[in-house]
Ligand binder design. Structure first.
Ligand code: ATP
Ligand code: MG
Length: 349
């Protein structure tokens, strides 16, 4: 039986951070290694240009950084097709066809887009390309006939938009496109990891990130400076673990084996939380533990990254190969779409 298809990507607007890792990247590596899926992962440079058109250098540079982050985090080009969005022109034509099925009003109502327009201060001066990126994202997902899209919770409205497009297209022109499903992490902390400032989402645009490529000292400083419970002033004060980013990170990253290794006076996270709630447990101790947990994750990534930084030719070769392979699949979908619409005038009878 044919394998189920997984597709997901990232905007090259900077390096990848812990939010990307728990929200999506870690899962991709797992799915890739299970051998049960065809996995496509892409760098969404066209989407990144929709709000960075005046700064293409940033996108070009971040493309390299994201590719390095992928390899460092364990994506393997032998198992996963890693490609670059702009190198697949078929995606752009698919976008054009889907644009006719979506209204401007609908795009403006999309809660993720609304938040992002506000964050960027676009107002009515929002570039058409930016407003349209959910449509282009639908082209990415459908071109590869994805069954599942593993992403963070912020992407829910975008996947919903894609599903609406698939529904409209198939109703109009026949069952051509596959209906995708979102694949969310079960762990709430992973669906939307907060920033080090305690804000709702770790995000490049908010500058509250721990990057996968941060060096050890930078990670230490960021963690030691993290937001916790503002009412937990003295060690003996009872503390709150909800809305406390340090504990949310532990929810996302720590396993029982970490306690054995670094903090053996507690059996597990529940015990640590109970002590914090009762009072008598200081922030510094919890932060030091978190630092060790995160370091255990990031140190091997730094080593892999350093290797590929020295072998950039291999990185670009991988992207080129992946893009060639991905293009064949996108071409197949575009041919079917053209035929369904009836603009395949010159096909041989
Ligand atoms: P930008 O600010 O440029 O939009 P971003 O940090 O939001 O960048 P994206 O490239 O938009 O990153 O997101 C890539 C993937 O990572 C998406 O699947 C998204 O849901 C997921 N993701 C991003 N931030 C988080 C987070 N804090 N927690 C969980 N998942 C996240
Ligand atoms: Mg984003």
């Amino acid at each position: 039986m044919a394998k189920k298809v997984i597709l997901t990507g990232d905007r090259p607007t900077g390096k990848l951070h812990l939010g990307h890792y728990v929200g999506s990247l870690r899962n991709r590596v797992r799915l890739q290694n299970s051998g049960e899926y065809d996995v496509y992962v892409f760098i969404a440079d066209l989407q990144a240009l929709t709000d960075n058109a005046r700064n293409p250098e940033k996108i070009k540079n971040s493309l390299k950084e994201v590719a390095l982050d992928y390899l460092a985090a364990g994506l393997d080009p032998k198992k996963t097709t890693i490609f670059v969005q702009s190198q697949i022109p078929e995606l752009t034509e698919l976008t054009i066809h889907y644009m006719n099925l979506v209204t401007v009003a609908r795009l403006k109502r999309n809660p993720t887009i609304k938040t992002e327009i506000n964050l960027r201060g676009f107002g009515e001066a929002v570039p058409i390309g930016f407003l349209n990126y959910p449509v282009s994202q639908a082209a990415d997902i459908t071109a590869f006939k994805a069954h599942y899209v593993p992403v963070g919770e912020d992407q829910l409205p975008l996947i919903e938009q894609c599903r609406e497009i698939v529904h409209s297209f198939n109703s109009l022109y026949g069952e051509v496109l596959r209906m995708p499903e979102i694949m969310l992490e079960e762990n709430d902390a992973c669906k939307r990891l907060p920033g080090t400032d305690g804000k709702a989402k770790m995000s490049k645009s908010l500058g509250n990130c721990i990057y996968l490529s941060d060096d050890s000292e930078t990670v230490r400083k960021k963690i030691m400076g993290m937001y916790t419970d503002p009412n937990h002033i003295r060690i003996e004060d009872p503390g709150c673990v909800e809305d406390n980013a340090v504990f949310t990170y532990l929810d996302a990253f720590c396993k029982e084996e970490h306690f054995k290794k670094y903090l053996s006076e507690y059996k597990n996270l529940d015990e640590l939380k109970d002590h914090y709630r009762r009072g008598g447990l200081g922030d510094v101790k919890v932060k030091k533990f978190l630092y060790q947990v995160i370091e255990e994750l990031l140190q091997p990534m730094r080593e892999k990254r350093a290797y590929y930084e020295e072998h950039l030719d291999q990185v670009y070769e991988m992207l080129e190969e992946g893009s060639k392979k991905a293009r064949v699949e996108a071409r197949d979908t575009l041919d079917k779409v053209r035929k369904a619409i009836g603009i395949n005038y010159f096909d041989k009878m």
